[in-house]
Design a protein around this ligand. Structure first.
Ligand code: ADP
Length: 616
């Protein structure tokens, strides 16, 4: 990355996050200035102290030494304090940004979240930053860069003063090689040597480490997956029942071996770079002392300035070396930071209109699919083809069809998780894109098959909120058939956690699959939305519980419109309106009796399953 563009991009990011902590910018500048200044206190005092000592003015020399000690100590402590402050504040800022990044998928439209490439890029960038340094590291690197720029300015000012001092020796050759022209050429050669050659070595080593890092990232991800997996009791159950312990252990060992191997190679490259840096640093120190000695011998500067000028050249070289390497660090962090920024800048593809949703107690909401066609982003084939259907008010609608027919896609479009590729969906005659997005979503209570309960309290799970009405939670749990568990649950509504002990009291309860499904149904009831969508809501229930749910279905959904998705034909029998989907098209529609009479797909599916039921 070009140096100008690199710093322009970095400033853009800093400007963007400036509002999160206004004092960060000034703090970095002050801290860098103080840190850059500290070494020059002793350098500046070295010449007068030596001068006074040579002239046997011990008292004055002592006075200078005390002032130097007090200033070095005072500024040193201040610099340390400011440095700590930068560390703490930048870590806090970095955590705020991490939270922003984590919240982003929750606010992004589902189609983008489901887009594998977006999430893959985001995950890689996020993991990369975890290992390579985050925004806090970027800020600290910037403070370090600034500190070295300040050191360089102080050092170059002193060095230039040294360069322009003319030799007054009796030897002409000595005066020539210590002349301002030769001195400036010498300094320029040193600068070119360090920034050019060293820059290349540092860059080469960092490129090699980066190449390794891409490989390392894959094994780190695998390792993280394995570590997560062995903490998941369901996975452990699976591993033990299939006797797959060796498979897991071997994969673990192989992955860990690969990580170690890459780490060793990374260290080798980093060591090569360090050795070359140390060697050139030593060489430059020798050359600097040599050059300053020649200046003293040529009477261009006094003996007492020897230390001051040689230290100045050394500090200048150090500053260049550090600027080169910090610049490379920043450029590497920015590669990943830019990716994260792209993710943070992703905009919702969905239009959100402004029309509010009328809150109707009579639930008079009429949905209509008007010639809807849909295909997924990376799929050329239409998954839904020319769907035209109205969802009748206050009816129980069954959505039936073989796997892959497009039932879930139909629901995702209805809930605006996706937009139709062609055609439109209307609510009471108005295109749903014209309604306010959040208000539109509030019309639906969906119980998905993979209902996903949170590791929060039972009350929070049912209400999907931190604040909830305890009595309403209990009523909903009761309605969904969890009354057998009164003692177990109701007293602990605020504490029981679903999966692990992260509740405030650390208390946890185990729920069976069926119980969890009932909690998910209670969650849909608590929302009390106008349209209830149940995607195989009884899949995890035993036959008696399933029967119980059907019996109380009217109680559960009341007079609301309800869409019921299932491939279990018997469970849709009570629906007054059944839509049969096949290969993305509506192939039949009617009630159970009329569809049986038609003798097409519905009756075929019914007959295929009916032999397993004791019903006709
Ligand atoms: P059903 O719910 O009837 O089983 P789906 O609506 O889940 O069917 O899927 C319909 C078709 O769309 C299937 O061929 C499935 O492979 C495809 N499909 C589902 N989700 C995606 C997706 N996110 N990206 C690409 N294709 C998908």
């Amino acid at each position: 990355m070009k140096i100008g563009k690199l710093h322009k991009d970095t400033f853009k990011i800093m400007k963007r996050f400036h509002s999160l902590d206004h004092s960060m910018g000034p703090l970095i500048i002050v801290s860098a200035f103080v840190a850059g200044l500290v070494p020059f206190i002793s350098i500046a005092f070295s010449a007068p102290i030596l001068n006074e000592l040579i002239n046997k003015q011990y008292k004055v020399a002592f006075k200078y030494s005390i002032i130097m000690a007090v200033m070095t100590c005072g500024f040193g402590i201040l610099s340390e304090y400011l440095n700590k402050l930068v560390n703490v504040r930048s870590t806090a800022l970095s955590m705020k940004i991490e939270s922003m990044i984590h919240e982003k998928p929750l606010k992004l439209d589902y189609a983008s979240v489901e887009d594998g490439n977006v999430i893959k890029d985001f995950t890689s960038a996020f993991m990369a930053l975890r290992y390579k340094g985050n925004y806090a590291t970027l800020l600290k690197d910037y403070a370090k860069l600034l500190q070295n720029v300040i050191s360089f300015i102080f050092a170059i000012a002193l060095t230039l003063k040294l360069c322009i001092s003319d030799g007054k020796s009796n030897y002409t050759w000595l005066n020539t090689i210590t002349s301002p022209l030769f001195s400036i050429m010498f300094i320029l050669i040193i600068i070119i040597l360090i920034s050019g050659v060293m820059g290349k070595v540092v860059k080469w080593a960092q490129n090699k480490i980066s190449e390794l890092f891409e490989v390392k990232l894959d094994s780190e991800k695998r390792f993280a997956y394995l570590a997560r997996m062995i903490r998941d009791e369901d996975m452990v159950k699976m591993v033990q029942s299939y006797d797959a312990e060796d498979l897991v252990a071997d994969t673990f060992n192989k992955t860990s071996k690969l990580i170690r191997k890459n780490y060793k190679r990374e260290c080798t490259f980093s060591n090569i770079s360090s050795v070359v840096q140390a060697f050139s640093s030593a060489l430059i120190t020798v050359l600097s002392y040599g050059a300053v000695t020649l200046k003293v011998l040529a009477n261009a500067i006094s003996l007492s300035s020897f230390l001051k000028y040689s230290q100045a050249i050394i500090k200048m070289n150090e500053a260049i070396l550090n600027m080169v390497s910090v610049n490379e660090d920043i450029s590497e962090i920015m590669v990943y930071m830019n990716k994260l920024m792209e993710f943070l800048d992703l905009e919702n593809k969905f239009e959100t209109g402004s029309i509010p949703i009328e809150k109707r107690s009579d639930h008079e909401y009429k949905f209509c699919f008007e010639h809807v066609w849909f295909k997924y982003q990376y799929n050329n084939d239409y998954v839904l083809k020319d769907i035209y259907c109205e969802l009748n008010l206050h009816e129980k609608v069954g959505l039936i069809g073989p796997n892959g027919a497009g039932k879930s896609t139909f629901i995702k479009l209805l809930c605006r998780l996706y937009e139709p590729t062609k055609g439109r969906i209307t609510l009471n005659g108005v295109d749903i894109r014209k309604y306010n997005y959040d208000e539109y979503l509030s019309l639906f209570s969906v119980v998905f098959q993979d209902f996903g309960l949170f590791s929060f309290s039972l009350g929070e799970n049912v209400a999907s909120s931190i604040d909830y009405d305890q009595n309403k939670v209990k009523r909903c749990l009761n309605k969904s058939g969890l009354n057998d568990f009164e003692d177990k649950i109701y007293e602990n509504i605020n504490e029981v956690t679903m999966i692990s002990a992260i509740g405030s009291s650390g208390k946890s309860e185990k729920f069976s699959g069926g119980e969890k499904q009932k909690i998910a149904i209670a969650r849909a009831l608590y929302k009390d939305a106008a349209l209830v969508i149940l995607d195989e809501p009884t899949a995890a229930l035993d036959p008696l519980s399933e029967y119980d749910i059907y019996q109380r279905f009217d109680l559960l959904v009341g007079d609301k419109t309800c869409v019921y998705i299932s491939h279990r034909m018997s469970s849709c029998r009570f629906c007054s309106d059944i839509i049969v989907l096949d290969m993305g098209e509506i192939v039949e529609r009617g009630n159970h009796e009329s569809l049986l009479k038609e003798g097409k797909l519905y009756s075929e599916m019914w007959n295929a399953q009916a032999k397993y039921y004791a019903v006709n």
